[in-house]
Design a protein around this ligand. Structure first.
Ligand SMILES: *Cc1c(COP(=O)(O)O)cnc(C)c1O
Length: 397
């Protein structure tokens, strides 16, 4: 599928802002597109669900009904495809889970999947419950151990290797290029949940991955007011066409208003990602060696087990997520989370407001998440305030 925004029926005029401009420049101007009717510098919000047929019964605009396609959704998809260097383009879904599950829905009965032991809990639970019903076997392995991945792959049978890096909530790092090499050697695709990295810090398709998925609910939107998901593809092959068909046939497209809000957010993504990642790095440094903590988990720390790989495959920072482990255990961790005043005690991540969460309470007994762990999503508040608030909460707990 060609880039939808360069098709003749694209909703806006030709773009002035094309490479060699930096991604940050292209994002700031939403690819420089101008509304052809008004010359407005912001693309209009297209809400129509149905479109007039031509007298000869055709649809010369390229649009017939809003479930398979929507012009506002295409605008945001164009920017996401640019950010990810996606040859096939990008597809927006109604949530991150809708995007991720579309990939597994495209598999055939009898296929084998390798997925991480440490991954987004909601998707792991969905895989465990839904894949056996479709006669698809899933092996969960430690993805920071390439030998373990190599052992789990069954040449010919494994059709998909799914990784998440950094992996929620321990922020373990997987070597994308090496995982792609192992997957491809066995005839499998590599898909990467890159939500915690964002396209600003990692571009998996340039490292050999076939598919990238994001929960756009997180830093892509960044304002905690849209639920959305995206897939970006390296090439428009038959599998990608399956994903397009699954989205349109299954009715999983993002709504136009959400796409409009997401588009607005993507213009400032490079700034937000840089600030949030710098804040997380500073917090990780300042919390290291804190008397109330046993561990600070952040791939940007030089002694983090994932640091060497992260330094190779991430650019411009190590992301906005970190976790801390409270020395006095689970009850002390929950007490500390109860005492913060500035951090918001809530699930989710990537917004401009900083969030703290006791993950084990959410993930339950099957989770690899230690019970003393607090997950921190760094926003854009003053780092001194964030540090002082949590420091006081930990000491008081
Ligand atoms: C939130 C999240 C998801 C799921 O996305 P939703 O938009 O909540 O459906 C998947 N993967 C990761 C890493 C996430 O953080």
């Amino acid at each position: 599928m060609p880039d939808p925004l360069s098709e003749p029926n694209a909703p806006t005029g030709p773009s002035d802002a094309q490479p060699p401009f930096a991604k940050r420049s292209l994002a700031a101007q939403a690819l420089g597109r101008v509304d052809p009717v008004t010359r407005g510098v912001v693309a209009p919000l297209h809400v129509a669900t149905t479109f007039l047929r031509d007298p000869d019964n055709g649809y010369s605009s390229g649009f017939s009904y809003a479930r398979p396609d929507n012009a506002t959704v295409r605008e945001a998809e164009g920017v996401l495809a640019m950010l990810e260097d996606a040859g096939a383009g990008a597809l927006l879904f109604g949530s991150g889970m809708a995007a991720a599950t579309a990939v597994f829905t495209a598999l055939e009965p009898g296929d084998h999947v390798v997925a991480p032991r440490v991954m987004y809990w909601g998707l792991k639970r969905w895989l465990a419950s839904e894949m056996p019903r479709r006669r698809i076997a899933v092996d969960f392995v430690a993805m920071d151990d390439l030998a373990a991945l190599a052992r789990a792959i069954r040449p010919g049978a494994t059709k998909l290797v799914w990784i998440e890096t950094p992996g929620n909530p321990l922020w373990t790092v997987t070597d994308i290029a090496q995982a792609a090499h192992l997957a491809h050697a066995a005839g499998a695709r590599l898909a990467v949940d890159s939500t915690a990295a964002s396209p600003i810090h990692t571009r998996p398709l340039t490292l050999g991955a076939d598919l990238v998925m994001h929960s756009a609910t997180k830093i892509l939107n960044g304002h905690s007011d849209v639920v959305a998901g995206v897939l970006a593809g390296a090439r428009a092959d038959g599998f990608w066409e399956r994903l397009v068909a699954i989205r349109s046939g299954g009715g999983a497209i993002l709504g136009p208003f959400e796409a409009y809000l997401l588009m607005r957010s993507l213009r400032t993504l490079p700034l937000r990602a840089a600030a949030q990642s710098a804040g997380a790095a500073e917090l990780a440094r300042r919390f290291q060696g804190h008397p109330c903590l046993s561990h600070v988990l952040y791939p940007g720390l030089p002694d983090d087990p994932g640091h060497a790989v992260a330094a190779r495959q991430m650019e411009g920072g190590f992301g906005f997520m970190l976790s801390i482990r409270v020395r006095d255990g689970a009850a002390a961790a929950i007490r500390a989370a109860a005492r913060v005043r500035l951090w918001k005690r809530a699930t989710s991540l990537g917004g401009v407001e900083s969030l703290i969460e006791h993950r084990a309470s959410v993930e339950g007994p099957d989770s690899p998440c230690p019970p003393d762990l607090l997950r921190l999503s760094t926003g854009i508040e003053a780092v001194d305030d964030l540090f002082a608030d949590l420091d006081e909460a930990l000491r008081g707990a």
